[in-house]
Design a protein around this ligand. Structure first.
Ligand SMILES: Nc1nc2c(ncn2[C@@H]2O[C@H](COP(=O)(O)OP(=O)(O)OP(=O)(O)O)[C@@H](O)[C@H]2O)c(=O)[nH]1
Ligand SMILES: [Mg+2]
Length: 304
């Protein structure tokens, strides 16, 4: 499944971000807690290497809490400050974590008798929840939010307190999505828009990944009597199970695909994380060789 999506506004946004970085004290990188490896933009890591950083595993209400904890530990082990958050609830915790990262530069300015305004850039892949986070901290909906990628089109500073300004940025992908598994998972979570992929292939892959990660929950939700089915047979069985049939009993695959994607995205199958962090005893935790193991092992449906 080939996926290529790097619209013009993203290339422009990347240049703008690079330019703005000079003015920024802290970079908050928002990841999607359901896919903490694939939603990490390697370009951002490189661009912000010399900045104070805070990683926020957003949408953690949709992810398996145990796995989220493991990912937070994993990134902390790499020396990156990391917290998890549900954007609409955890504003205070996020604010405290930002203040912690900004303390050094605030104290330095204070020694010179200056009360510094801290400038924070909020960056990450499309649809991760960046604008939602800023609205929440601001207390008002100043940034446009929407459940599709590419809602924020240009950078924008928002004052969220007397001494705190945050920059909302357009979601950034990297120009070559050369890891097909990561690209596919970015489609599952709507970081890449549906129009650029084949919906049938995407929904089939998602269904297969769900059956691998949470077999019981997926089979139950989609009324699949035989959870070992894959490909076309599996999709036909879902149509029969859920009653997505057209005249003459023909499977309504279009509807089936839409429902699989929508129900996963809406958290209808429970809290699922599709990537496990590398085990602590394998591989070194340094940023250059960081890799997540793609799919949690069979039978992790304890996370539902
Ligand atoms: N369940 C859940 N949904 C969230 C959370 N944060 C944001 N959302 C939803 O995710 C969608 C995308 O949120 P945005 O804040 O627009 O995301 P963004 O990162 O600014 O997206 P772009 O501007 O397109 O890059 C919206 O429908 C939000 O309501 C969260 O913590 N949990
Ligand atoms: Mg936005």
């Amino acid at each position: 499944m080939e996926i290529n999506w790097y619209p013009g506004h993203m290339a422009k946004a990347k240049r703008e971000l690079q330019e703005q970085l000079k003015k920024v004290d802290v970079v908050v990188e928002v990841l999607d807690a359901r896919i903490p490896h694939s939603s990490r933009n390697p370009d951002l890591g490189r661009m912000c290497a010399h900045k104070k950083r805070l990683m926020v595993l957003g949408k953690s209400d949709l992810a398996d809490p145990e796995m989220t904890r493991a990912w937070v530990e994993h990134y902390r082990g790499m020396g990156i400050p990391c917290i998890h958050a549900e954007m609409n609830r955890d504003a205070k915790r996020i604010l405290t974590a930002i203040e912690r990262e900004a303390k050094e530069c605030v104290d330095r300015a204070m020694e010179r008798g200056i009360r510094k305004t801290v400038r924070v850039m909020v960056a990450g892949v499309p649809n991760a929840g960046k604008s939602t986070l800023i609205n929440r901290l601001n207390g008002q909906s100043v940034a446009k939010v929407g459940d599709r990628p590419g809602v924020t089109r240009s950078t924008r500073w928002v004052k969220v307190g007397p001494y705190l300004e945050m920059m909302d940025t357009p979601g950034l992908l990297w120009p070559r999505l050369d890891d097909p598994d990561a690209a596919r998972r970015l489609c599952y979570t709507s970081a890449i828009k549906d129009d650029v992929v084949d919906t049938y292939a995407l929904a089939t892959h998602l269904m297969e990944d769900l059956l691998a990660a949470v077999p019981k929950a997926a089979a139950e939700r989609f009324h699949l009597k035989d959870p070992s089915l894959r490909g076309q047979e599996m999709m036909d069985a879902v149509c029969v199970g859920r009653g997505f049939l057209m005249k003459g009993g023909v499977p309504d695959l279009e509807r089936c695909c839409r429902v699989i994607l929508d129900e996963y995205r809406g958290g209808k199958l429970g809290r699922i994380t599709l990537e496990a962090p590398p085990r602590a005893d394998t591989g070194k935790a340094d940023e250059s060789n960081e890799e997540g193991s793609p799919i949690p092992s069979e039978g992790t449906d304890g996370n539902v």
